[in-house]
Design a protein around this ligand. Structure first.
Ligand code: 5RP
Length: 221
């Protein structure tokens, strides 16, 4: 099976986790695109959705789902999203699609994060994938220097990308993230950082991993 087929597979598997009639948190990316399509085809009725990007909002609306403002919702039973990397504790790197800030906001509203990903995303230690960090534009060079000093990371502004929030993305290479909670906490304190793409405080509780043998369900509770 190729990566596209594995995405379809986990998108289908995620349907079993969707509580009919609920308001659902929806992530961003190519795997989530497959999930939105599968959801629409399944006929599962929802009270609405909260979306983590303009991209997913457009897709959800095109498939007939109501998209609510995050500020209109106090709690969500479930958030479904992909990841760029996930480790054996459910800690993730996210933000490859530049939607990390809204993704973390919606994840924070949710009781449970279910990650859908193909097996290439599973790693022992986070950091081979360049870590996305959303920054206020005037702080980009400063935050890049902080990464070099604190972690030996090499940060570059993602060319041609402005986030849904009007900010820039730094992609940081050369990291080995042995302590995801610690790094998330520290980087969050640096002036100009909007969101770091380490999802440790908002880790996945379940990962539906697409493998050549089928869907592997990993639980991290
Ligand atoms: C977007 C994300 C995505 O979840 C992540 O990039 C995975 O995307 P894909 O499903 O296309 O592999 O964090 O900001």
């Amino acid at each position: 099976m190729d990566a596209a087929q594995l995405k379809q597979l986990v998108a289908q598997a995620a349907l079993a986790h969707v509580p009919a009639g609920a308001i659902l948190g929806v992530g961003t990316g190519s795997t989530v695109d497959c999930f939105i399509d599968a959801l629409a085809e399944s006929g599962i009725a929802l009270a609405g959705t909260v979306s983590s990007s303009e991209r997913s909002t457009a897709r959800l609306r095109a498939r007939g789902y109501a998209v609510l403002e995050a500020s209109a919702v106090e709690r969500l039973p479930l958030y479904i999203d992909g990841a760029d990397e996930i480790d054996y504790d459910g800690y993730m790197i996210k933000g490859g699609g530049a939607a990390l800030t809204r993704e973390k906001i919606v994840a924070d509203l949710a009781e449970r994060f279910v990650c859908i990903a193909d097996e290439s995303k599973l790693v022992d230690v986070l950091g081979a994938y360049p870590l996305p960090v959303e920054v206020i534009p005037m702080a980009a060079a400063q935050v890049a220097r902080c990464f070099a000093r604190a972690y030996g990371g090499r940060a570059a502004v993602r060319a041609g990308v402005v986030t849904d929030n009007g900010n820039l993305i730094l992609d940081v290479e050369g990291l080995r993230i042995g302590d995801p909670l610690g790094m998330e906490t520290e980087v969050n304190q640096w002036p100009g950082v909007v969101t770091v793409g380490i999802f440790a405080r908002h880790r996945a509780r379940v990962c539906l991993l697409g493998t050549a043998q089928g869907v592997r369900t990993m639980r991290f509770d």
